[in-house]
Design a protein. Sequence first.
Length: 191
Amino acid sequence: QALMRANAPALAALRVGFTQQYHARPARSAGATFPEVAKMRAIARWLQADGDVQCAAGDWDGGMASYLDILHIGTDIPRGSSLIGGLVGIAMQAIGRAEAWTALPHLSAPAARAGARRMEALLARQVPYADILQEELYAGQAMLLESMRKPNWQKEMLTGWSSTPPSPGIMAQAYLTGKRTVFDNYTHYMS
């Protein structure tokens, strides 16, 4: 409880941030990293702990609000993100849902109604899977173009994606396939 009280200002600032729409920065390089995803998972764990502490103290309504905050973050993460954001969003929503089910039978009627309204609003804001795949397409196209600017791009591309070396036949096929064909095939597959 003392730890949660000490971090109450940070959680309050997070909740103020919920009034703003989140949008992930686009991944347009093979070297793109996503440190914000790990940080958001850590925030979700803090919210989970906050909800657990409130529920343990008998404040089930407050606990549910924290669990719904986890669902809020899980709903927002995929917005503008490639597949990594979609997968992390699913994982975070699973954390929030599991905790919410525990608190649900103990809620007051007003908190249950407020929670249902909030869940409906979150559901309406869910990022369609097609949008995530579209961003994955753009990220993949950018990475292909980046890779194709390097000499011997075919070998680098084939050896960078697998721990086993490609067969001589696959290597020959890669060297006989032009950049435009590789790019168009990837685009067609993703579309």
